[in-house]
Design a protein around this ligand. Structure first.
Ligand code: NAD
Length: 478
């Protein structure tokens, strides 16, 4: 079990991390070239993090197996490989990204001056992470925050205690505590953290419900937040998809619906199928499910629900639905603890319990539609701002129509989830699904302040007279 950090220690931990950040700034300020020294120190920490992860790879895999029965292969595909790629991309591009940006279009008044945007570190930042990708969604923002020159406090999810412990071990062994500290805990500990006025930024990934609490507490101290929240992300299979493409489309949808047993923020949550494809989609569903899960061996059904409450909640919805359930033909009834077999549910209505909140389980409800405008209006009414929007269509006008009306965090045409691993593209939600972006260059918008720096030469003083008093009528005519 996880030893929670005593609540009484939390303020001291925050203060000492903040002091460590300030001490580093004093050190930088006293060097001949603060920017160069800063880059060197940041890169050192990031490289140590990368090798620390590599050295403890097996322990991470074992931890996720222990926490929720995640298989080695799935952990690599959906957690470690994206994390390594992001980290290497950050290390490679950091020297370029931290260069101040020269602004050439500043207007006539600045023709003789220099105008730049410098991205400065914020200070001490708090990263709060969720259970579902416990390593990636903790260390990706931690790395980005370090790359941007900040000191960080990480509060990992208490629902994945083994992962939280391994991460602490890696961070302690590889990185300096002046750069990163870990606070363990649940609601009490996190509440103490988010109420602390000494943070310069809170980066929160988790549910929309808790995101609201974080935003409210942060607002009391005017601490800026990035919120990476939940989403009930729809998938459209429209009229204008050739029937020959349906099988590939369904494979991609099921990858998005069933990876990590559906416990993914950008999971394909529900499927909207044009009625002309429905019969074929039903037939192919069994075909694809049987190809993905061909044997009765329960060990091939991967990740389990994170805890008993999540398992019970998902099972209750499954039992309550009026729809028709389709599972892999050979699936065993004797599944490991808290595991649910991938299930596609046909003939679901908009008022079905599967259509209320995010499903966050390996259950994919399917609704068929006739009129695209009607179904788009329904999505907008029920789930205004999904985290992701997935459209399978081969007609651009139709794609444009859906994209114009449904404002989502991200969007993928003819696939699901892959936008998350695009290296230099922003990732984030909109309104209820989040605010602010990160990944690649966009991590700088999360973890730095953009400071405009104007440098004026003295020799232009002869033209400055016009802006000094007295404001004579003659000056106005110039
Ligand atoms: P959660 O909101 O329950 O927990 C996230 C973090 O908040 C944990 O560290 C937890 O300890 C803390 N927390 C929980 N209750 C709290 C409270 N009352 N006050 C303060 N802190 C509290 O989320 P979860 O169940 O771990 O993760 C699943 C959710 O996260 C889903 O809604 C999913 O869509 C979302 N998510 C979003 C993204 C994204 O990038 N947008 C990624 C992954 C998950």
């Amino acid at each position: 079990s996880l030893n929670y950090t005593p609540v009484d220690d939390i303020d001291d931990i925050v203060l000492s991390t903040k002091k460590a950040y300030q001490k580093r700034q004093w050190h930088l300020a006293e060097t001949n070239n603060p920017k160069k020294e800063d880059l060197k120190l940041r890169l050192e920490q990031l490289q140590k993090l990368y090798y620390g992860l590599k050295d403890h790879e097996d322990e991470i895999v074992d931890a996720l197996k222990k926490d929720f029965n995640r298989s080695r292969l799935e952990t690599f595909v959906i957690e470690l490989i994206p994390l390594y790629n992001h980290l290497l991309h950050l290390i490679e591009n950091l020297p370029r990204h931290i260069e101040p940006e020269k602004i050439s279009e500043s207007g006539d008044l600045f023709k003789l001056s220099s105008v730049k945007v410098e991205r400065i570190s914020l200070g001490c930042v708090l990263v709060i992470s969720p259970f579902n990708y416990p390593v990636l969604l903790a260390l990706d923002p931690v790395a980005a925050a370090i790359g941007c020159g900040n000191s960080v406090i990480l509060k990992p999810s208490e629902q994945t205690p083994a992962a939280a412990q391994v991460m602490e071990k890696i961070l302690r062994a590889a990185l300096s505590p002046s750069w990163v500290r870990v606070v363990h805990g649940a609601v009490n500990e996190t509440s103490a953290l988010i109420k602390n006025p000494n943070f310069d930024k809170i980066f929160y990934t988790g549910s929309t419900k808790v995101g609201r609490i974080v935003a409210q507490e942060a607002a009391k101290n005017l601490v800026p937040v990035t919120l990476e929240l939940g989403g009930k992300s729809p998938v459209f299979i429209t009229e204008h998809l050739a029937p020959a493409k349906l099988k590939a489309a369904l494979s991609r949808v099921f990858f998005g619906a069933f990876s990590n047993s559906g416990q993914t923020c950008v999971a394909a949550d529900y499927l909207l199928v044009h009625e002309s494809h429905l019969a074929q989609v039903r037939k192919l569903t069994t075909e694809v499910l049987d190809e993905f899960w061909p044997t009765v061996d329960p060990s091939t059904i991967n990740t389990s629900m994170i805890h008993e409450a999540a398992y019970k909640g998902a099972m209750e919805k499954l039992n309550a639905t009026g729809g028709q359930k389709v599972r892999p033909t050979n699936v065993s009834d004797n599944l490991p603890n808290r595991c649910i077999a991938p299930t596609v549910v046909f003939d679901v209505g908009w008022d079905d319990s599967l259509m209320e909140a995010e499903n966050f389980s390996p259950v994919l409800p399917v609704i068929s539609y006739r009129d695209l405008n009607d179904v788009v209006a329904k999505v907008m009414q029920q789930h205004r701002n999904p985290l992701a929007l997935y459209i399978f269509s081969q007609e651009q006008q139709e794609i444009d129509r859906i994209m114009t009306m449904i404002k989502s965090g991200g969007c993928v045409i003819n696939d699901t989830m892959v936008h998350v691993i695009a290296l230099d593209a922003p990732f984030g939600g909109i309104r209820e699904s989040g605010q602010g972006n990160y990944h690649g260059f966009w991590s700088f918008s999360a973890f730095t302040h953009e400071r405009t720096v104007v440098k004026q030469p003295f020799w232009i003083e002869f033209i400055n007279g016009v802006r000094y008093p007295p404001f004579s009528a003659r000056k106005l005519t110039l």
